[in-house]
Design a protein around this ligand. Structure first.
Ligand code: HAM
Length: 412
């Protein structure tokens, strides 16, 4: 028997209604915030991510699904921000220098060691706003996160925010971390020993207990921020306060991708265990120019849909059904049933019929399992009289309806 690839999941029909609900709520809320959908390919050039996420990041070093074809190297996209910036520049949207607001929903791929909440194929619901440095846009993005979580009916989440400052500030922060860690360097995990030189910010994000313990005691504060970045962050917190959006400032929040600067944020939930981030994002003011476009401010975030579902703790939406289920007795009735099925569907009524040759009792049970609102029973008797027996599945009431009145009766 073939088995599913490790770290991937089938979404079966019993679960897909929850996925659809989450996606529909997201689309509605994105539309309220005037974001438009963008769809980019699942494969991109490997170099796009090397350049944007950073060669030293976990994703680029270890987690990309690479497809080699002669001298071309593609990857299955590990995230959505770099592809959207690529598309934004390639389609000359940067030339207008107007603020563009995109959202996206789709699969991402990372070659990780699978564990609870950590998959090799997972799904992002994310958005990117490209073309503004305004701190009010940071506030809008974080308030959009909050609106989405409320829309999904998730409770008990925490929004953590921080500012990494500009490129110079990030360098100062890296130096401050190296200095603070200099006495503990040898006790860090092997990965963090390597990060110490090239990417010390990432040490603050390490999930290994030994490093978490060391980091917990480090005295890190925001002294690395320049005047401008400090003011920007102050405006962000002020804006969130004025909207009544709760947040925690976490000076240890650094994010794992190189493109971030200034505001970064992460939403965590205690229900999720060690992989506790439902979503995360931040500013990336240098990425558009890094990838060959005009210099423009930008900010975005993405939720992991599987983690949103985990945070919902198994609550599934009640199955809504308007299904009409047709049960026929004998060949003549079956031919009549097929025609009725066709006309019901043409009139916009969701309908299905028994194709398994079940007894009336068995077919009725099937109709009930499918949560049909009505079962239509057609036998020789009904055909002779020119009627159909309609059984209301919630009241059990049964009545005969003339062929010509059927659609009208079912619709009302
Ligand atoms: P990220 O933090 O790598 O950010 O991913 C965002 C979210 O995706 C995480 O908070 C988590 O919920 C989910 N996620 C990440 N990896 C996995 C995995 N292996 N299995 C299941 N869920 C996962 C980004 O990707 C950025 N592009 C977000 C962003 C958009 N920043 C600016 N714009």
């Amino acid at each position: 028997m073939y088995k599913i690839v490790s770290g991937t999941k089938d979404i079966l029909p019993e679960d897909s209604s929850l996925w659809q609900k989450i996606e529909n709520i997201s689309r509605e809320i994105f539309s309220l915030y005037n974001f438009q959908e963008i769809r980019t390919p699942v494969i991109e050039d490997e170099s796009l991510f090397n350049r944007s996420l950073g060669k030293e990041t976990e994703i680029v070093k270890k987690q990309m699904f690479v497809i080699r074809n002669k001298d071309e190297n593609y990857v299955l996209r590990p995230e959505g921000t770099a592809p959207i910036v690529r598309s934004y520049i390639e389609n000359n949207l940067d030339k207008s220098a107007r603020l563009s607001k995109f959202y996206y929903i789709g699969p991402m791929f990372r070659l990780e060691r699978p564990q609870k909440g950590r998959l090799r194929q997972f799904h992002h619901i994310g958005c990117e706003a490209i073309g503004s440095y305004d701190s009010a846009l940071d506030v809008e993005m974080i308030s959009l996160c909050d609106a989405l979580l409320k829309g999904f009916s998730i409770q008990g989440y925490v929004i953590k925010i921080n500012s990494l400052g500009c490129l110079k500030d990030k360098e100062k922060l890296a130096d401050a971390i190296r200095k603070a860690l200099s006495d503990h360097k040898d006790k860090l995990c092997q990965d963090c020993k390597e990060r110490f030189k090239g990417n010390p910010l990432r040490i603050l994000d390490c999930k290994k207990d030994i490093c978490k313990d060391i980091v917990k005691h480090l005295n890190i504060h925001d002294s690395y921020l320049c005047v401008e970045c400090r003011e920007h962050f102050k405006q962000v917190t002020k804006g969130l306060d004025s909207l009544g959006i709760g947040y925690e400032i976490d000076f240890r929040l650094v994010r794992g991708l190189d493109y971030y600067n200034q505001t970064v944020f992460e939403i965590t939930h205690s229900q999720l265990g060690s992989q506790d981030a439902i979503g995360a994002g931040g500013r990336y003011n240098n990425l558009v120019s890094e990838l060959g476009g005009v210099k423009l401010g930008a900010i975005g975030f993405a939720f992991g849909v599987e983690r949103v579902i985990m945070a919902l703790g198994g609550i599934k939406p009640a199955k809504e059904s308007n299904l009409v289920y047709i049960i026929t007795l004998g060949e003549k009735a079956k031919q009549e049933g097929i025609k009725i099925l066709h006309s019901l569907r043409k009139s916009g009524i969701s309908a299905d019929m028994d194709y398994e040759g079940k007894s009336v009792k068995g077919a009725m049970r099937r109709g009930s399992d499918l949560k049909a609102i009505n079962c239509l029973i057609i036998g020789d008797n009904e055909i002779d009289k020119g009627v159909i027996t309609v059984k209301n599945m919630s009241t059990g009431e049964q009545r005969e309806v003339r062929f010509c009145d059927l659609i009208k009766e079912i619709k009302c």
